[in-house]
Design a protein around this ligand. Structure first.
Ligand code: FAD
Length: 448
């Protein structure tokens, strides 16, 4: 079988999966996108009510935009900030509906596993020339599809982090699940009645937590019975509310400043250095404890504790993952918040994303594993680079064509202060070659 006659399978029709499909088409190759949801951007729709912290000019892939512009698409004002839903409706869905992409996307099609055809994980011989076998669960039942390469862009939002301070669910967390929302519930919209007038505990110190707090604070304005407790694992707030005016993603910097105002005006109760061990349902409400101290009872908990990648669908192919970050091993030092706490991460591509099984890549949010700093621009560059590599153009794959905005945001959803101050010791000089090519330093002075 001629490998090159097979499609390039892409898992997920989110922003990065669609960018990969557009790149594949631009190389004259054939993409085949499997999307578990009923339409493009299904995961983003889950947080569709949240306003993004990066403006339109940073949210759109160049190749995707080029396809859309051929159909008369008018680019939204680059300086404005879309909600997740607006990005789906004004960019992802139109792109997925173009005559270029539409024939190559299968909706309601969940990839359940990937292997190498007639080669289990152990088998070496002829492995490199075996196509990938992609198992898909869709309307027609289970089906195996062969592909010359696999790009997993399935994101992480289906697997939120837990409340337990040791990485395991807290004791009682599972049985309290009916009163715990993971992520950013639509507090001011469809979920309003769930939170208005209630005592709500928000857990987490990333941007999702800040968004949830600001939404809840609006409920306090309309119904004074609403009470907010905010628990963070870190001992100090500085990291959490950092960024602010230093953040070139101004919307993101502003979030921290607005939450600071809530604290200064006593509109929320902050509990620091709190690692949840147990959640108990009592007649007074849910009592959350760290083993030594109980928080006041609450009616609802919002767990804004980040996301984790699910690598199980790639369990039968050869991966090289960092054991802590759960990202590709070579990428981990660039994004690990233990050593690099800034939102700015050195752009990277196929070289850092490759695995022992050639032509297999995970890109997008999933590629960052548990690291919380992923930006769409990074994902679009990953898509360009890995598709170049799959097409055999390693020169293009290694050429980094991205300059990221300075974020100044040392406020990551990591539970502890980093061992090295933000920007203190990035593992390598953060040097990027632009298309021009001009060497640009990214990340320097990100806290300054
Ligand atoms: C609340 C929030 C706000 C954010 N704001 C910004 C921002 O302002 N700027 C920024 O740059 N980044 C932002 N991000 C980070 C990131 O850019 C987004 O999460 C983005 O959606 C990631 O894109 P993706 O394509 O990697 O994954 P996703 O958007 O999660 O898409 C993955 C797709 O894969 C599908 N899928 C999952 N599993 C399977 C499977 N097994 N088979 C088939 N399909 C599957 C899903 O249904 C989904 O459609 C934000 C993230 C969150 C959670």
């Amino acid at each position: 079988m001629e490998l090159t006659s097979l499609p390039i399978a892409i898992i997920g029709a989110g922003p990065v999966g669609l960018a990969a499909a557009a790149q594949v088409l631009s190389r004259g190759l054939t993409p085949l996108v499997f999307e578990a949801g009923p339409s493009a951007g299904a995961a983003m729709r889950r947080w569709g009510h949240v306003r993004m912290f990066s403006p339109w000019k940073y949210d759109v892939d160049a190749e995707g935009a080029a396809i859309l512009e051929r159909h008369g698409w008018v680019r939204p004002d680059g300086e404005t900030f879309p909600t997740g839903r607006e990005l789906v409706e004004q960019y992802l869905e139109p792109l997925a509906s173009t005559r270029e992409l539409a024939p190559h996307i299968r909706y309601d099609s969940r990839v359940t596993s990937v292997a190498r055809h007639e080669h289990d994980l152990m088998k070496d011989a002829t492995r490199e020339t075996a196509p990938f076998l992609v198992r898909v669960d869709g309307a027609a039942g289970e089906q195996d599809v062969l592909a010359q390469a696999v790009i997993d862009a399935s994101g992480t939002t289906e697997r939120p982090g837990v409340l337990g301070g040791s990485g395991l669910p807290a004791i009682g967390e599972r049985s309290a699940a009916g009163r715990i929302a993971y992520g950013i519930p639509d507090v001011l919209g469809s979920q309003r009645s769930r939170y208005q007038g209630r005592r709500v505990l928000v857990v987490g110190s990333g941007h999702s937590a800040l968004n949830a707090l600001l939404d809840l604070a609006q409920l306090v304005e309309t119904d004074g019975r609403t009470h907010i407790i905010w628990a963070i694992r870190r001992p100090a707030l500085a990291q959490t509310l950092g960024g602010a005016r230093n953040d070139q993603l101004a919307e993101r910097g502003r979030l921290g400043a607005r939450v600071r105002t809530l604290l200064d005006t006593n509109r929320l109760q902050l509990v620091r250095a709190f690692r949840i061990a147990r959640i108990t349902s009592t007649v007074a409400g849910l009592v959350v404890s760290d083993g030594a101290q109980d928080l006041p009872p609450v009616d609802e908990i919002i767990a804004a504790t980040g996301f984790r990648p699910d690598w199980s669908i790639l369990g039968e192919v050869r991966l090289d993952l960092d054991p802590a970050v759960e990202s590709p091993r070579a990428l981990a030092p660039l994004i690990d918040p233990n050593v690099h706490s800034c939102g700015t991460v050195r752009p990277h591509g196929a070289e850092e994303l490759k695995h022992p099984d050639a032509n297999l890549f995970a890109i997008g949010m999933k590629s960052y594993g548990r690291a919380p700093t992923f930006l769409l621009l990074t994902g679009y560059e990953q898509a360009r680079s890995v598709v170049s590599a799959i097409a055999g153009d390693w020169d293009a794959a290694r050429r980094v064509e991205l300059v990221l905005p300075e974020t100044g945001a040392c406020s990551l959803d990591r539970d502890e202060a980093p061992t090295v101050a933000c920007c203190g010791s990035a593992p390598a000089p953060l040097e990027v070659l632009t298309a021009t090519p001009v060497a640009v330093r990214v990340g320097a002075g990100c806290c300054g």
